[in-house]
Ligand binder design. Structure first.
Ligand SMILES: Nc1ncnc2c1ncn2[C@@H]1O[C@H](COP(=O)(O)OP(=O)(O)OP(=O)(O)O)[C@@H](O)[C@H]1O
Length: 270
């Protein structure tokens, strides 16, 4: 699949209740050995509509990973609520896929690529599990690498395996925490385009966190700009750029430059 091979059909559906509702979420980490506690995120409120691709951008250390862990049920917020499809998130939730930055820690080195993808499908009978894993690997262009081990693949390919695992169970919402931060620049742009193609094709809702402003604009329907820690949403910006987006043309457009100027200024002021 190439970045421009698919026409964009995924459009947010704002006539139905939001798929994800985040209300007044705050997370404080207790200090160790009598030290001061850390307020990582403070009173975060926003929604994500079905079919949207929302990107959260904020400075390093502002609490993005903490937020994503709270949203995915891996961490309990200190206060506030997270609702996914109308139900309060508490613990790991069916229908939610997560991709982390560090693929070397999320993939099992002693399992083949195929077996790593099948890990997300353990509830299915074996034949179905195999079929769905193959389908996911095909979607990320790695079907012929199923018998290899993760350490036999490049970093970008390993992250594609992690993405294949996350999408294999047909999530309704795919959350991604700096998924392209550990790969080289060229691989990064091709992974960005691949994820957008998958989003259009499969119709899940996307929520990505990054500190890369250009990446945020390139990917998003809407960018939520976070302040320095303790983070809160400074502004939500609708990104009105045609899809499918092209890595060269879209980024060179005057509108893209204007979004970049605006978001850079916002982050600099807070
Ligand atoms: N388990 C923890 N215990 C205590 N403090 C933590 C813990 N995890 C994160 N923090 C603190 O919370 C703050 C936010 O961290 P977090 O990793 O969520 O930020 P981030 O925006 O994802 O950072 P980066 O952009 O560098 O990845 C930081 O000050 C961090 O030191």
């Amino acid at each position: 699949m190439t970045e421009s091979s698919l026409a964009s059909t995924a459009t947010p559906d704002r006539d139905v209740p939001p798929l994800l509702s985040v209300s007044g979420v705050r997370k404080t980490y207790a200090g160790t050995g009598g030290g001061a506690s850390t307020v990582a995120i403070d009173d975060l409120t926003f929604t994500v509509d079905k079919g949207e691709f929302v990107v959260i951008v904020g400075p390093s250390g502002c609490g993005k990973t903490t937020l994503l862990r709270c949203l995915s049920g891996l961490l309990a917020p200190t206060s506030g609520t997270v609702e996914f499809d109308g139900r309060t998130v508490a613990g790991v939730q069916a229908g939610l896929g997560v991709v982390f930055q560090e693929y070397t820690r999320s993939l099992m080195p002693w399992l083949s690529v195929r077996a790593n993808v099948e890990l997300g499908l353990h509830r299915l009978p074996k034949a179905e599990r195999r079929e769905q894993a193959e389908r996911s690997l095909r979607h990320v262009g790695l079907v012929e690498f199923g018998d290899r081990y993760p350490w036999q693949l490049s970093g970008g390919m390993q992250q594609r395996v992690a993405i294949a695992r996350a999408i294999s169970a047909d999530p309704r919402l795919l959350m991604m925490d700096e998924p392209f931060a550990s790969v080289d620049a060229q691989t990064r742009t091709s992974l960005e385009s691949m994820v957008l193609d998958l989003w259009v094709e499969a119709g899940w809702t996307g929520l990505l966190v990054t500190h890369d402003i250009d990446e945020a604009i390139f990917m998003a329907d809407r960018v939520l700009v976070l302040s320095q820690r303790p983070s809160r949403v400074i502004e939500a910006i609708d990104i009105v750029l045609d899809r499918p987006r092209d890595q060269l043309e879209t980024r060179a457009s005057p509108e893209f430059q204007e979004y970049r100027r605006r978001i850079t200024a916002l982050i600099g002021q807070h």
